[in-house]
Design a protein around this ligand. Structure first.
Ligand SMILES: Cc1ncc(COP(=O)(O)O)c(C=O)c1O
Length: 385
């Protein structure tokens, strides 16, 4: 593209960053480079720096450039899953004996990574509520804490952490702030612009957006940090393959329009659930009574597509609602075009049962898709009886 006077807008970056038409054919979408290796023009004569696809692949590079541009970062790294991205990040920055502060309602798989994989390896952690900056500060062990790990909004309780305030607390203690931006997506929230050092994504979710790929990403601004992550990405090898990279890149192109519709539909669902006799609590950062509403309004463009709610009839009713819903498909994951319903206590968050991170048994999580809003509301109405 010719030089522009202003920085291209989000949608323009989503569609064009990393996706220059192919120089040989003019193909407007980046090809899927299904190749493990590359012909060298004489020993060491690499074309474009590519030598082996764990180290670099043009389709993956296109995705990495695009996601970095959307997060307002300098370097992006694409992985085989969100957890592969998280594991690579931990090993890039932490050593046995270090300490990490994590949310007390972190995604179950993230908690399992810290509790069952990183802890036996020697990386300690403490859990603190993301909405309480003082509690996060108190959980830091000066000198030992290398990372403060934030999810906002959290999964599945949708607690909101103040990225700017927590970045200041982490930096005071010489620690880095990592923000898992999976729930918000870069369209609704850009943590690096608020002081975070690393953004994590499960690109399986809104970035991919069509429930057809599992992937992860890291985005940073700092050059030294990027070098460390790049070294570990190649050394550990949990990279995104070319097909998966292509699917996520295609998803990113429509992220903005999808997030607007996810947010519209979530608001319609929240309106319906609020005041319904069978519902004891609706949890959505867009609600004025949500304790994180003011912070969410400050740092998010809109409030996203995830709605959690509790039912008055306890766990059995929660399970019944999940079973009766039809347009909402019963399934794990989130962030796709189709609406999903799940019971976190028995499904996504079963791995935290019996710990401080256990979620309420009467909780239901909705990933509100982009179908016709009235169909979603009618489906919930039927399922709630
Ligand atoms: C907030 C959050 N972070 C990370 C992950 C892990 O990502 P993946 O399943 O792609 O490994 C998930 C998965 O559900 C998630 O919801």
């Amino acid at each position: 593209m010719t030089e522009q006077l202003h920085k291209p807008g989000f949608e323009t970056r989503a569609i064009h960053a990393g996706s220059e038409p192919d120089p040989t054919t003019g193909a407007v979408t980046p090809p899927i480079f299904a190749t493990s290796t590359y012909k060298q023009d004489g020993v060491g004569g690499l074309r474009g720096g590519y030598e082996y696809s764990r180290s670099g692949n043009p389709t993956r590079a296109a995705l990495e450039e695009c996601i970095a541009a959307l997060e307002d970062g300098d370097r992006g790294f694409a992985f085989a899953s969100g957890l592969a991205a998280e594991d690579t990040l931990l090993r890039s920055i932490c050593r046995p004996g270090d300490h990490v502060v994590i949310p007390n309602d972190a995604y179950g798989g993230t908690y399992r990574l810290f509790a069952k994989v990183a802890l036996p390896w020697g990386l300690e952690h403490s859990a603190a509520p993301v909405a309480d900056v003082d509690a996060v500060r108190a959980a830091i062990r000066p000198g030992q804490t290398k990372l403060v790990w934030l999810e906002t909004p959290t999964n599945p309780l949708l607690n909101v952490g103040d990225i700017e305030a927590i970045a200041a607390v982490a930096h005071e203690a010489g620690a880095l702030l990592v923000v898992d931006n999976t729930f918000a997506s870069p369209y609704l929230q850009q943590p690096l612009t608020l002081g975070a050092d690393v953004v994590v994504h499960s690109t399986t979710k809104y970035c991919g957006g069509h429930s057809d790929v599992v992937g992860g990403a890291l985005v940073v601004r700092d050059h030294e940090l990027a070098e460390k992550i790049g070294f570990h990405q190649n050394s550990i090898g949990g990279v995104a393959g070319p097909f998966d990279s292509w699917l996520v890149l295609r998803g990113l192109k429509t992220l903005a329009v999808r997030m607007e519709r996810h947010s519209d539909n979530a608001e319609a669902v929240v309106d319906f659930l609020t005041g319904h006799g069978a519902v004891s609590q609706v949890i959505y950062p867009g609600l004025e009574e949500h304790p994180g509403h003011a912070v969410a309004s400050k740092q998010m463009k809109r409030y996203g597509g995830i709605v959690s709610f509790r039912v008055a009839g306890g766990e059995q009713q929660a399970l019944d609602v999940c079973a009766k819903a039809e347009v909402f498909t019963l399934g794990e994951s989130l962030g796709g075009v189709e609406s999903l319903i799940e019971h976190p206590g028995r499904m996504t968050h079963a791995s935290v049962a019996g710990t401080d991170l256990e979620v309420p048994a009467d909780l239901i999580r909705l990933s509100v898709g982009i179908e016709t809003a009235v169909d979603l509301v009618e489906d919930l109405s039927r399922a709630l009886g």
